[in-house]
Ligand binder design. Structure first.
Ligand code: ADP
Ligand code: MG
Length: 158
């Protein structure tokens, strides 16, 4: 488990952006944290780091938004899913096992459907308004390398 923390939405997006620059085709990133934790803020940074210039908005109502840069980004928010049937309707297997990058907000709600190898990011609020603790849990060697690379740039402050 790797930890970092941020003191503003910009800082959270910046960490997302650094992560985005490490991601490649087929990667799965799961975002967990309560409403308002900063999952979408983090996702906006990831998109920027992937070279996506379109504005990234929350997929709360449409469940999945698709963006095209050098790679495709599928940004899901599964908070409103009513069950596994809804996930099937989204064509989730084509998304998870396709060659885009997948970001899933509220991923814990569809845990059974997630690939075993994935990067889990947990965002928690602290006691101060804009403080967030960000924990990263890589599942699988590929994601461990990604997180190690990310933490080295986060810590060097570059
Ligand atoms: P979620 O997608 O988890 O529901 P959002 O990213 O939509 O959350 O919203 C996060 C809210 O918290 C935004 O209003 C943002 O400005 C605010 N915020 C305050 N501090 C931070 C921080 N350090 N990181 C991320 N968001 C923050
Ligand atoms: Mg959100």
């Amino acid at each position: 488990m790797f930890y970092t923390n941020t003191k503003s939405p910009e800082e959270t997006a910046r960490i997302g952006m650094m992560l985005g620059s490490f991601l490649t085709a087929g990667d799965i990133v799961c975002l967990q944290g309560e409403l308002g934790a900063g999952k979408t803020c983090f996702a906006q940074g990831v998109a920027r780091g992937m070279g996506i210039e379109d504005p990234v908005t929350s997929p709360t109502f449409n469940l999945v938004n698709e963006y095209h840069g050098k790679l495709t980004l599928y940004h899901l928010d599964v908070y409103r899913l009513n069950g596994p049937g809804d996930l099937d309707d989204l064509g989730y297997e084509d998304i998870f096992y396709g060659d885009g990058v997948t970001l899933i907000e509220w991923a814990e709600r569809v845990r059974e459907a997630l690939p075993a190898e994935r990067l889990e990011i947990l965002i928690n609020r602290g006691t101060q308004d804009e403080f967030r603790e960000i924990r990263m849990l890589p599942r699988g060697d590929r994601y461990r390398l990604v997180v190690e690379g990310l933490m080295s740039v986060v810590c060097s402050g570059s």
